[in-house]
Design a protein. Structure first.
Length: 144
């Protein structure tokens, strides 16, 4: 074999080794890191809870205050407490991606549950935020 043929064979061997390495490492490089998406969903749940509760409905009455008003059956900004649920649902639907399932839950004497995460395998919940002694709010999210 002359010198040109030896260099060609060496080049082919190097290319084959590189292709083999890519075949075995590419799936690991392209795999989505589920830990990052999990922590992202948990952070989104907390941020969504804070955003919904601090949203101002009218005359500087926040959603948090209106939920408290509905607990005593005296809504200030809305006609009735059913409209409060619609307002929360519309707000959440407008900000979340379509591939995220949610549940907004107010636990109290008049519970409010908007959305449904019962079909979720991995559900990520926000920290529960107390609004009063008997009332607390929690948001849960999961991927479809």
């Amino acid at each position: 074999m002359n010198k040109g043929q030896i260099e060609s064979v060496g080049l082919v061997l190097v290319v084959v080794v590189i292709v083999i390495l890519l075949v075995f490492t590419l799936p690991f490089l392209l795999k989505e890191d589920t830990r990052n998406s999990d922590s992202l969903l948990s952070a989104k749940a907390d941020a969504l809870r804070v955003s919904v509760l601090s949203y101002t409905l009218c005359n500087e009455v926040s959603m948090k205050e209106e939920i408290l008003n509905c607990e005593s059956n005296a809504p200030e900004c809305l006609e009735d407490c059913g409209k409060l649920e619609d307002e929360i649902k519309n707000m959440i639907d407008s900000v979340l991606e379509p591939n995220i399932v949610y549940e907004f839950k107010v636990e109290g004497s008049k519970p409010i549950i908007i959305g449904d995460t019962s079909s979720c395998l991995n559900k990520f919940s926000s920290a529960s935020q107390p609004l009063s002694r008997n009332l607390k709010v929690e948001v849960s999210l999961c991927m479809k």
